[in-house]
Design a binder for this molecule. Structure first.
Ligand code: FMN
Length: 188
């Protein structure tokens, strides 16, 4: 697929068929992710691929976050709470959940650099998933249960979990989300 087409087609998928994904596909997605740029080519990321029992454990940890959703409701569009609760109850039936972690740092610049690199890797991964006909969604909301999620993904205490990426065969075709047109200033 042309890059422009992939960019247009990528949507956050929150409902999956549950069909398993071949390891060769996951390897391909990780290859795409690790092609991302990083400061001084430090490649600070680590990918924690949860399948089978581990995927179930991550799902159970995230499901606990539904009891905190009332707090999240204030930032959700009206009427979205029920949908969000349903989604977090089993991560939309995604067969694969990939945690992306980076080493923590006391230094703000270093921490930001690492998280930006992780973000670039996550986007590469999601675009490649779209390119191959799969769906993906990056999530960070289950922060209330972050310790439980990190434990389920075997992320060491000295690392930050930048996000979770769900991957699977889409069982929904979301309506494209609106984009702001005022997000640029040209300076001469
Ligand atoms: C850093 C980051 C965190 C996100 N966290 C969540 C999340 O916790 N839950 C969720 O449902 N979607 C999450 N999303 C997906 C966004 O809601 C989604 O990208 C946005 O609404 C635009 O829709 P689109 O991805 O379909 O274009 C996150 C996206 C990013 C980049």
């Amino acid at each position: 697929m042309e890059l422009a087409e992939v960019l247009k087609r990528r949507r956050s998928i929150r409902l999956y068929t549950g069909e398993p994904i071949a390891t060769s596909v996951i390897d391909d997605l990780i290859d795409a992710a690790t092609s991302a740029p990083s400061p001084l080519n430090s490649q600070p990321w680590h990918f924690h691929v949860a399948l089978g029992t581990a995927r179930k454990a991550v799902g159970e940890a995230v499901a606990q976050s539904t009891r905190f959703l009332e707090e999240y409701a204030s930032i959700l569009p009206a009427g979205q709470l029920e949908k969000a609760a349903e989604f977090y109850a089993d991560l939309g039936n995604a067969p694969v959940v990939i945690g992306v972690s980076v080493p923590d740092s006391e230094d703000d610049v270093e921490r930001t650099n690492r998280l930006v690199a992780a973000g670039a890797a996550i986007e590469n991964l999601m675009l490649r998933a779209t390119d191959l006909g799969f769906g993906a969604c990056c999530i960070t909301a289950p922060r209330w249960v972050i310790d439980e999620v990190k434990a389920a993904l075997c992320v060491a205490d000295d690392r930050v979990l930048a996000g979770l990426v769900l991957v699977g065969v889409p069982a929904e075709e979301p309506i494209p989300t609106e984009r702001r047109r005022d997000a640029v200033t040209y300076l001469e």
